[in-house]
Ligand binder design. Structure first.
Ligand code: ZN
Length: 499
Protein backbone atom coordinates (compact mmCIF):
# COMPACT_ATOMS: atom_id res chain seq x y z
CA UNK A 1 0.00 0.00 0.00
CA UNK A 2 1.60 3.18 -1.22
CA UNK A 3 0.00 5.49 1.34
CA UNK A 4 0.90 3.22 4.22
CA UNK A 5 4.43 2.77 2.99
CA UNK A 6 4.78 6.55 2.87
CA UNK A 7 3.50 6.94 6.43
CA UNK A 8 5.81 4.20 7.53
CA UNK A 9 8.77 5.92 5.97
CA UNK A 10 7.75 9.22 7.54
CA UNK A 11 7.39 7.48 10.88
CA UNK A 12 10.82 5.94 10.49
CA UNK A 13 12.25 9.44 10.17
CA UNK A 14 10.17 11.22 12.81
CA UNK A 15 10.00 8.62 15.55
CA UNK A 16 13.73 8.62 16.42
CA UNK A 17 13.66 12.43 16.36
CA UNK A 18 10.70 12.48 18.76
CA UNK A 19 12.44 9.96 21.00
CA UNK A 20 15.62 11.95 20.83
CA UNK A 21 13.76 15.02 22.11
CA UNK A 22 11.82 13.19 24.78
CA UNK A 23 14.72 11.21 26.17
CA UNK A 24 17.66 13.34 25.16
CA UNK A 25 20.69 12.05 26.96
CA UNK A 26 23.19 14.72 27.84
CA UNK A 27 26.38 14.77 25.81
CA UNK A 28 29.91 15.48 26.96
CA UNK A 29 29.75 19.06 25.68
CA UNK A 30 27.87 22.19 26.70
CA UNK A 31 27.23 25.43 24.82
CA UNK A 32 27.69 27.57 27.87
CA UNK A 33 28.05 27.69 31.63
CA UNK A 34 28.71 30.14 34.45
CA UNK A 35 31.05 29.72 37.39
CA UNK A 36 30.81 31.30 40.84
CA UNK A 37 34.10 30.99 42.70
CA UNK A 38 34.28 31.78 46.43
CA UNK A 39 37.62 31.58 48.24
CA UNK A 40 37.69 31.31 52.03
CA UNK A 41 39.35 34.26 53.84
CA UNK A 42 42.26 31.94 54.80
CA UNK A 43 42.64 30.83 51.15
CA UNK A 44 42.64 27.19 52.18
CA UNK A 45 39.59 26.31 50.07
CA UNK A 46 37.62 27.44 47.02
CA UNK A 47 33.89 26.80 46.72
CA UNK A 48 32.82 26.56 43.10
CA UNK A 49 29.38 26.27 41.51
CA UNK A 50 28.82 25.95 37.80
CA UNK A 51 25.43 26.26 36.16
CA UNK A 52 24.90 25.12 32.59
CA UNK A 53 22.82 27.00 30.03
CA UNK A 54 21.59 23.63 28.74
CA UNK A 55 21.59 20.21 30.42
CA UNK A 56 24.36 19.10 32.77
CA UNK A 57 26.99 17.40 30.58
CA UNK A 58 27.75 13.72 31.06
CA UNK A 59 31.20 14.30 32.47
CA UNK A 60 33.52 16.95 33.89
CA UNK A 61 37.28 17.18 33.52
CA UNK A 62 40.04 19.60 34.52
CA UNK A 63 42.94 20.58 32.28
CA UNK A 64 45.75 19.67 34.65
CA UNK A 65 46.71 16.08 35.42
CA UNK A 66 46.15 15.25 39.09
CA UNK A 67 43.50 17.97 39.63
CA UNK A 68 41.12 15.30 40.97
CA UNK A 69 43.29 14.97 44.10
CA UNK A 70 42.11 18.41 45.21
CA UNK A 71 38.38 18.29 44.45
CA UNK A 72 36.11 17.91 47.49
CA UNK A 73 32.48 16.72 47.56
CA UNK A 74 31.49 17.28 43.92
CA UNK A 75 27.70 17.11 43.72
CA UNK A 76 24.51 18.26 42.01
CA UNK A 77 23.07 21.36 43.63
CA UNK A 78 19.40 20.35 43.08
CA UNK A 79 19.41 16.83 44.56
CA UNK A 80 22.75 16.70 46.32
CA UNK A 81 23.67 13.65 44.24
CA UNK A 82 27.43 13.02 44.55
CA UNK A 83 29.52 12.88 41.38
CA UNK A 84 31.85 9.91 41.16
CA UNK A 85 35.36 9.74 39.80
CA UNK A 86 35.59 7.48 36.74
CA UNK A 87 38.18 4.64 36.73
CA UNK A 88 40.60 6.87 34.76
CA UNK A 89 40.95 8.96 37.94
CA UNK A 90 40.55 12.17 35.91
CA UNK A 91 36.88 12.34 34.91
CA UNK A 92 33.82 13.09 37.04
CA UNK A 93 30.68 11.16 36.12
CA UNK A 94 27.55 13.30 36.50
CA UNK A 95 24.98 10.49 36.11
CA UNK A 96 22.15 10.91 38.59
CA UNK A 97 22.62 14.67 38.90
CA UNK A 98 19.47 16.72 38.30
CA UNK A 99 18.91 20.41 37.56
CA UNK A 100 21.46 22.61 35.84
CA UNK A 101 24.01 23.33 38.55
CA UNK A 102 26.93 21.42 40.03
CA UNK A 103 29.07 22.37 43.01
CA UNK A 104 32.43 21.33 44.40
CA UNK A 105 35.15 22.60 46.70
CA UNK A 106 38.89 22.74 46.02
CA UNK A 107 41.46 21.93 48.68
CA UNK A 108 43.89 24.83 48.22
CA UNK A 109 45.76 23.99 51.43
CA UNK A 110 46.69 20.52 50.17
CA UNK A 111 47.44 21.89 46.72
CA UNK A 112 49.90 24.40 48.19
CA UNK A 113 51.78 21.54 49.86
CA UNK A 114 51.87 19.17 46.91
CA UNK A 115 51.80 20.99 43.59
CA UNK A 116 55.05 22.10 41.95
CA UNK A 117 55.69 25.83 41.93
CA UNK A 118 55.10 26.25 38.22
CA UNK A 119 51.37 25.63 38.76
CA UNK A 120 50.74 26.81 42.29
CA UNK A 121 52.63 29.00 44.70
CA UNK A 122 51.65 30.43 48.06
CA UNK A 123 53.50 33.53 49.23
CA UNK A 124 52.31 35.11 52.45
CA UNK A 125 48.66 36.05 52.01
CA UNK A 126 48.52 35.22 48.31
CA UNK A 127 48.04 32.10 46.22
CA UNK A 128 48.90 32.08 42.52
CA UNK A 129 47.56 29.04 40.71
CA UNK A 130 46.97 27.65 37.28
CA UNK A 131 43.15 27.70 36.99
CA UNK A 132 43.48 24.35 35.20
CA UNK A 133 43.86 22.83 38.67
CA UNK A 134 40.41 23.91 39.83
CA UNK A 135 38.30 24.95 36.85
CA UNK A 136 36.37 21.78 36.05
CA UNK A 137 34.57 21.92 32.69
CA UNK A 138 32.52 19.64 30.39
CA UNK A 139 34.45 16.60 29.11
CA UNK A 140 34.23 17.93 25.58
CA UNK A 141 35.12 21.57 25.07
CA UNK A 142 33.38 23.51 22.29
CA UNK A 143 35.48 26.38 20.95
CA UNK A 144 32.48 28.72 20.83
CA UNK A 145 31.15 27.85 24.31
CA UNK A 146 29.82 30.91 26.17
CA UNK A 147 31.58 30.73 29.54
CA UNK A 148 31.57 33.30 32.33
CA UNK A 149 32.98 33.44 35.85
CA UNK A 150 32.40 35.66 38.86
CA UNK A 151 34.44 35.67 42.04
CA UNK A 152 32.63 36.15 45.34
CA UNK A 153 35.43 37.54 47.43
CA UNK A 154 35.71 37.92 51.20
CA UNK A 155 36.69 41.44 52.25
CA UNK A 156 40.39 40.59 52.63
CA UNK A 157 40.75 38.80 49.29
CA UNK A 158 41.30 40.24 45.80
CA UNK A 159 41.50 38.37 42.49
CA UNK A 160 43.65 38.89 39.42
CA UNK A 161 42.90 36.93 36.23
CA UNK A 162 43.74 37.36 32.56
CA UNK A 163 40.11 37.03 31.44
CA UNK A 164 38.33 40.13 30.13
CA UNK A 165 35.35 41.49 32.10
CA UNK A 166 31.93 42.20 30.53
CA UNK A 167 29.50 45.08 31.35
CA UNK A 168 27.90 42.97 34.07
CA UNK A 169 31.26 42.66 35.80
CA UNK A 170 31.62 38.97 34.95
CA UNK A 171 34.79 37.52 33.48
CA UNK A 172 34.39 36.04 29.98
CA UNK A 173 36.45 32.90 29.46
CA UNK A 174 37.51 32.16 25.90
CA UNK A 175 38.43 28.66 24.79
CA UNK A 176 42.09 29.29 25.56
CA UNK A 177 41.34 29.78 29.28
CA UNK A 178 41.23 25.96 29.33
CA UNK A 179 43.83 25.10 26.71
CA UNK A 180 46.72 27.56 27.29
CA UNK A 181 48.68 28.36 30.43
CA UNK A 182 47.62 31.19 32.73
CA UNK A 183 47.75 32.26 36.37
CA UNK A 184 45.06 33.46 38.74
CA UNK A 185 46.16 35.32 41.86
CA UNK A 186 43.97 35.38 44.96
CA UNK A 187 44.63 37.15 48.22
CA UNK A 188 46.02 40.41 49.48
CA UNK A 189 48.13 42.17 46.88
CA UNK A 190 48.63 45.73 45.66
CA UNK A 191 46.34 46.27 42.68
CA UNK A 192 46.99 48.92 40.03
CA UNK A 193 44.53 49.70 37.23
CA UNK A 194 45.36 52.11 34.42
CA UNK A 195 45.01 52.54 30.67
CA UNK A 196 48.11 52.77 28.56
CA UNK A 197 48.30 53.04 24.75
CA UNK A 198 44.62 52.03 24.62
CA UNK A 199 45.06 48.92 26.77
CA UNK A 200 43.56 48.35 30.22
CA UNK A 201 46.28 47.18 32.56
CA UNK A 202 45.37 45.14 35.63
CA UNK A 203 48.50 44.82 37.70
CA UNK A 204 48.84 42.61 40.79
CA UNK A 205 51.95 43.33 42.85
CA UNK A 206 52.83 40.81 45.53
CA UNK A 207 53.03 42.40 48.97
CA UNK A 208 56.76 41.97 49.43
CA UNK A 209 59.35 44.60 50.31
CA UNK A 210 60.15 46.79 47.29
CA UNK A 211 61.87 50.06 46.58
CA UNK A 212 59.81 50.95 43.50
CA UNK A 213 56.64 52.95 44.27
CA UNK A 214 53.18 52.32 42.79
CA UNK A 215 53.66 55.43 40.66
CA UNK A 216 57.04 54.07 39.55
CA UNK A 217 55.50 50.73 38.58
CA UNK A 218 52.84 52.48 36.53
CA UNK A 219 55.39 54.73 34.80
CA UNK A 220 57.59 51.72 33.96
CA UNK A 221 54.76 49.62 32.48
CA UNK A 222 53.26 52.65 30.73
CA UNK A 223 56.54 53.48 28.99
CA UNK A 224 56.99 49.81 28.01
CA UNK A 225 53.46 49.64 26.54
CA UNK A 226 53.90 52.97 24.72
CA UNK A 227 57.27 51.83 23.34
CA UNK A 228 55.73 48.65 21.92
CA UNK A 229 52.67 50.56 20.70
CA UNK A 230 55.02 52.68 18.57
CA UNK A 231 55.39 49.68 16.27
CA UNK A 232 51.60 49.45 15.92
CA UNK A 233 50.69 53.06 15.18
CA UNK A 234 50.44 54.12 18.83
CA UNK A 235 47.89 51.51 19.91
CA UNK A 236 49.06 48.59 22.01
CA UNK A 237 47.84 45.40 20.30
CA UNK A 238 45.55 44.06 23.08
CA UNK A 239 42.53 45.48 24.89
CA UNK A 240 43.30 44.01 28.33
CA UNK A 241 46.54 42.93 30.00
CA UNK A 242 47.04 41.12 33.29
CA UNK A 243 50.44 41.86 34.84
CA UNK A 244 51.80 40.00 37.86
CA UNK A 245 54.80 41.62 39.55
CA UNK A 246 56.87 39.76 42.14
CA UNK A 247 59.60 41.75 43.95
CA UNK A 248 62.62 39.64 44.87
CA UNK A 249 65.54 40.55 47.12
CA UNK A 250 68.87 41.35 45.53
CA UNK A 251 70.56 43.93 43.34
CA UNK A 252 71.80 44.16 39.78
CA UNK A 253 69.37 44.50 36.92
CA UNK A 254 65.97 46.02 37.79
CA UNK A 255 64.14 43.02 36.27
CA UNK A 256 65.35 39.44 36.71
CA UNK A 257 62.83 37.49 34.69
CA UNK A 258 59.75 37.89 32.54
CA UNK A 259 57.24 35.59 30.91
CA UNK A 260 54.32 36.13 28.54
CA UNK A 261 51.23 33.94 29.06
CA UNK A 262 48.22 33.70 26.75
CA UNK A 263 45.59 31.43 28.33
CA UNK A 264 42.25 33.27 28.51
CA UNK A 265 43.85 36.59 27.51
CA UNK A 266 47.27 38.25 27.38
CA UNK A 267 49.34 38.35 30.55
CA UNK A 268 52.90 39.12 31.61
CA UNK A 269 54.73 38.01 34.75
CA UNK A 270 57.73 39.99 35.94
CA UNK A 271 60.20 39.19 38.70
CA UNK A 272 61.78 42.47 39.75
CA UNK A 273 64.62 43.56 42.00
CA UNK A 274 63.28 44.70 45.37
CA UNK A 275 66.27 47.04 45.60
CA UNK A 276 65.72 48.91 42.31
CA UNK A 277 64.13 52.37 42.50
CA UNK A 278 61.61 54.14 40.25
CA UNK A 279 64.14 55.61 37.82
CA UNK A 280 65.87 52.32 37.07
CA UNK A 281 62.85 50.76 35.38
CA UNK A 282 61.66 52.88 32.43
CA UNK A 283 63.36 51.62 29.27
CA UNK A 284 64.69 48.37 30.74
CA UNK A 285 64.32 45.59 28.22
CA UNK A 286 62.35 42.77 29.90
CA UNK A 287 58.88 44.39 30.05
CA UNK A 288 59.23 45.64 26.46
CA UNK A 289 60.31 42.16 25.33
CA UNK A 290 57.38 40.37 27.02
CA UNK A 291 54.80 42.91 25.82
CA UNK A 292 56.18 42.58 22.27
CA UNK A 293 55.25 38.87 22.31
CA UNK A 294 51.59 39.86 22.49
CA UNK A 295 51.78 41.68 19.15
CA UNK A 296 52.50 38.35 17.46
CA UNK A 297 50.37 35.22 17.20
CA UNK A 298 51.18 32.26 19.48
CA UNK A 299 54.16 30.64 17.73
CA UNK A 300 54.65 26.92 18.32
CA UNK A 301 57.34 26.00 20.82
CA UNK A 302 59.62 24.35 18.25
CA UNK A 303 59.84 27.62 16.32
CA UNK A 304 61.13 29.80 19.15
CA UNK A 305 63.70 31.24 16.71
CA UNK A 306 60.85 33.24 15.16
CA UNK A 307 58.96 34.47 18.23
CA UNK A 308 62.07 35.08 20.35
CA UNK A 309 64.24 36.23 17.44
CA UNK A 310 61.87 38.88 16.09
CA UNK A 311 61.00 40.06 19.61
CA UNK A 312 64.71 40.23 20.55
CA UNK A 313 65.49 42.32 17.46
CA UNK A 314 62.63 44.72 18.13
CA UNK A 315 63.42 45.00 21.83
CA UNK A 316 66.67 46.81 20.92
CA UNK A 317 65.25 48.68 17.94
CA UNK A 318 62.22 50.02 19.83
CA UNK A 319 64.24 51.08 22.88
CA UNK A 320 66.34 53.25 20.56
CA UNK A 321 63.26 54.61 18.78
CA UNK A 322 61.74 55.57 22.12
CA UNK A 323 64.97 57.34 23.12
CA UNK A 324 65.96 55.02 25.97
CA UNK A 325 69.30 54.47 24.30
CA UNK A 326 71.11 55.73 21.22
CA UNK A 327 71.41 53.99 17.87
CA UNK A 328 75.03 53.22 18.79
CA UNK A 329 73.92 51.63 22.08
CA UNK A 330 71.38 49.56 20.16
CA UNK A 331 74.11 48.37 17.77
CA UNK A 332 76.34 47.58 20.71
CA UNK A 333 73.60 45.35 22.14
CA UNK A 334 72.80 43.77 18.75
CA UNK A 335 76.47 43.09 17.87
CA UNK A 336 77.17 41.65 21.33
CA UNK A 337 74.06 39.45 21.05
CA UNK A 338 74.95 38.22 17.57
CA UNK A 339 78.45 37.45 18.85
CA UNK A 340 77.09 35.42 21.79
CA UNK A 341 74.66 33.66 19.45
CA UNK A 342 77.44 32.72 17.02
CA UNK A 343 79.51 31.21 19.83
CA UNK A 344 76.77 29.11 21.47
CA UNK A 345 74.61 26.16 20.54
CA UNK A 346 75.29 22.49 19.92
CA UNK A 347 76.52 22.85 16.32
CA UNK A 348 73.17 21.95 14.76
CA UNK A 349 71.02 23.84 12.30
CA UNK A 350 69.07 26.80 13.71
CA UNK A 351 65.80 24.90 13.14
CA UNK A 352 67.10 21.96 15.18
CA UNK A 353 68.61 24.17 17.89
CA UNK A 354 65.21 25.85 18.15
CA UNK A 355 63.40 22.51 18.56
CA UNK A 356 65.81 21.47 21.33
CA UNK A 357 66.34 24.91 22.86
CA UNK A 358 65.05 24.05 26.33
CA UNK A 359 66.85 20.70 26.50
CA UNK A 360 70.19 22.18 25.35
CA UNK A 361 69.81 25.63 26.92
CA UNK A 362 70.63 26.98 23.45
CA UNK A 363 68.84 30.25 24.16
CA UNK A 364 71.56 32.59 22.85
CA UNK A 365 71.91 30.70 19.58
CA UNK A 366 68.14 30.59 19.01
CA UNK A 367 67.20 34.11 20.16
CA UNK A 368 70.07 35.78 18.31
CA UNK A 369 69.93 33.49 15.26
CA UNK A 370 66.29 34.53 14.92
CA UNK A 371 67.18 38.18 15.53
CA UNK A 372 69.76 37.94 12.72
CA UNK A 373 66.99 36.75 10.39
CA UNK A 374 64.88 39.73 11.50
CA UNK A 375 67.72 42.17 10.74
CA UNK A 376 68.41 40.62 7.32
CA UNK A 377 64.68 40.64 6.54
CA UNK A 378 64.27 44.26 7.67
CA UNK A 379 67.15 45.48 5.49
CA UNK A 380 66.02 43.45 2.47
CA UNK A 381 62.45 44.74 2.83
CA UNK A 382 63.64 48.33 3.23
CA UNK A 383 65.82 48.00 0.11
CA UNK A 384 62.62 47.06 -1.69
CA UNK A 385 60.81 50.13 -0.32
CA UNK A 386 59.05 48.36 2.52
CA UNK A 387 60.05 47.32 6.06
CA UNK A 388 59.74 44.61 8.67
CA UNK A 389 57.57 47.11 10.60
CA UNK A 390 54.98 46.91 7.84
CA UNK A 391 55.10 43.10 7.82
CA UNK A 392 54.77 43.01 11.63
CA UNK A 393 51.78 45.36 11.53
CA UNK A 394 50.15 43.22 8.85
CA UNK A 395 50.80 40.10 10.91
CA UNK A 396 49.32 41.72 14.01
CA UNK A 397 46.17 42.78 12.16
CA UNK A 398 45.56 39.48 10.42
CA UNK A 399 46.64 36.97 12.97
CA UNK A 400 47.75 38.05 16.44
CA UNK A 401 44.37 37.53 18.09
CA UNK A 402 43.65 34.13 16.52
CA UNK A 403 43.16 31.51 19.22
CA UNK A 404 45.51 28.93 17.78
CA UNK A 405 49.18 27.99 17.74
CA UNK A 406 51.08 28.88 14.58
CA UNK A 407 54.03 27.14 12.91
CA UNK A 408 56.71 29.62 11.78
CA UNK A 409 56.19 28.73 8.11
CA UNK A 410 52.59 29.95 8.23
CA UNK A 411 53.58 33.17 9.97
CA UNK A 412 56.23 33.99 7.37
CA UNK A 413 53.65 33.14 4.71
CA UNK A 414 51.17 35.55 6.33
CA UNK A 415 53.85 38.27 6.42
CA UNK A 416 54.73 37.55 2.78
CA UNK A 417 51.03 37.75 1.91
CA UNK A 418 50.94 41.36 3.03
CA UNK A 419 52.29 41.78 -0.55
CA UNK A 420 51.53 45.18 -2.10
CA UNK A 421 50.64 46.66 1.30
CA UNK A 422 54.33 46.35 2.14
CA UNK A 423 55.29 48.58 -0.71
CA UNK A 424 55.95 52.19 0.09
CA UNK A 425 54.95 51.91 3.74
CA UNK A 426 58.36 52.28 5.25
CA UNK A 427 57.75 55.84 6.45
CA UNK A 428 61.03 57.46 7.34
CA UNK A 429 63.02 55.30 4.94
CA UNK A 430 61.38 56.95 1.96
CA UNK A 431 61.80 60.44 3.33
CA UNK A 432 65.50 60.00 3.85
CA UNK A 433 66.21 58.14 0.63
CA UNK A 434 68.63 59.98 -1.62
CA UNK A 435 67.16 61.40 -4.82
CA UNK A 436 69.18 59.26 -7.22
CA UNK A 437 68.18 55.93 -5.83
CA UNK A 438 68.68 52.59 -7.53
CA UNK A 439 65.41 51.10 -8.79
CA UNK A 440 63.49 49.38 -6.00
CA UNK A 441 64.15 45.67 -5.70
CA UNK A 442 61.25 43.29 -5.60
CA UNK A 443 60.09 42.73 -2.00
CA UNK A 444 61.85 39.57 -0.77
CA UNK A 445 59.92 36.57 0.45
CA UNK A 446 60.67 36.04 4.11
CA UNK A 447 60.22 32.30 3.82
CA UNK A 448 62.91 32.12 1.12
CA UNK A 449 65.19 34.40 3.11
CA UNK A 450 64.84 32.39 6.34
CA UNK A 451 64.93 28.83 5.08
CA UNK A 452 68.67 28.49 4.16
CA UNK A 453 69.59 30.09 7.51
CA UNK A 454 67.31 27.67 9.36
CA UNK A 455 68.95 24.70 7.63
CA UNK A 456 72.49 25.88 8.30
CA UNK A 457 74.59 24.96 11.33
CA UNK A 458 76.56 28.19 10.90
CA UNK A 459 75.41 31.49 12.38
CA UNK A 460 74.36 33.73 9.47
CA UNK A 461 77.17 35.87 8.08
CA UNK A 462 76.16 39.45 8.81
CA UNK A 463 79.37 41.04 7.44
CA UNK A 464 77.83 42.06 4.09
CA UNK A 465 74.83 43.69 5.73
CA UNK A 466 77.02 45.54 8.28
CA UNK A 467 79.15 46.84 5.39
CA UNK A 468 76.12 48.06 3.46
CA UNK A 469 74.63 49.75 6.51
CA UNK A 470 77.95 51.22 7.62
CA UNK A 471 78.32 49.40 10.93
CA UNK A 472 81.69 48.22 12.15
CA UNK A 473 83.25 47.25 15.42
CA UNK A 474 86.44 49.12 16.37
CA UNK A 475 88.07 48.15 19.68
CA UNK A 476 84.82 46.66 20.90
CA UNK A 477 82.85 49.84 20.10
CA UNK A 478 80.42 50.08 17.20
CA UNK A 479 81.14 52.87 14.73
CA UNK A 480 78.58 54.10 12.24
CA UNK A 481 79.59 55.27 8.76
CA UNK A 482 77.07 57.73 7.36
CA UNK A 483 78.53 57.45 3.85
CA UNK A 484 77.77 53.73 3.61
CA UNK A 485 75.59 52.65 0.63
CA UNK A 486 72.35 52.32 2.59
CA UNK A 487 73.13 54.29 5.74
CA UNK A 488 69.72 55.98 5.34
CA UNK A 489 68.01 52.60 5.76
CA UNK A 490 69.99 52.02 8.94
CA UNK A 491 68.86 55.37 10.31
CA UNK A 492 65.27 54.58 9.28
CA UNK A 493 65.32 51.33 11.27
CA UNK A 494 65.94 53.35 14.44
CA UNK A 495 63.49 56.16 13.67
CA UNK A 496 59.88 56.11 14.80
CA UNK A 497 57.79 55.22 11.71
CA UNK A 498 54.83 57.39 10.81
CA UNK A 499 51.58 55.73 11.97
ZN1 ZN B 1 60.66 36.12 24.81
Amino acid sequence: MIKGAGAERLGAVLLPLALACAHQRPGDASHGWDYEVTPTPQLDRLDVTLCFHDAIPRSLVADEAGAARYILSPRAVANGHPLTLAPDGETLDTRGATGKCLAYAVDLARMAEEVEEQHMVRVGGVVATSPHLWLWRPGKLIREADVSLAFKLPASVQASAPWPVDDRGRHRLPYTAFSWASQVVLGEFDALHFTSAGTEFDVAVMKLPREISDAGLQRWLDTAATTVAGLYGGQFPASHMQVIVVPYPGGGDPVYFGMALRGGGPAVQLLISAAAGDDEFPGEWVAIHELLHHGMPFVQRDDAWLSEGFVTYYTEVLRARAGFHSERDAWQALLAGFDRGSRSGAGQSLAEESRQMHENFAYQRVYWGGAAIALLADVALREAGSSLDAAMRHLQRCCASTLRVWPAGQILQAMDDSGPALQGSSGQAKLEAPKLEAPKLEAPKLEALASPILRSAAFPDLTPVYRKLGVSMVDGEPTLDESAPVAHLRRAIFSQPRP
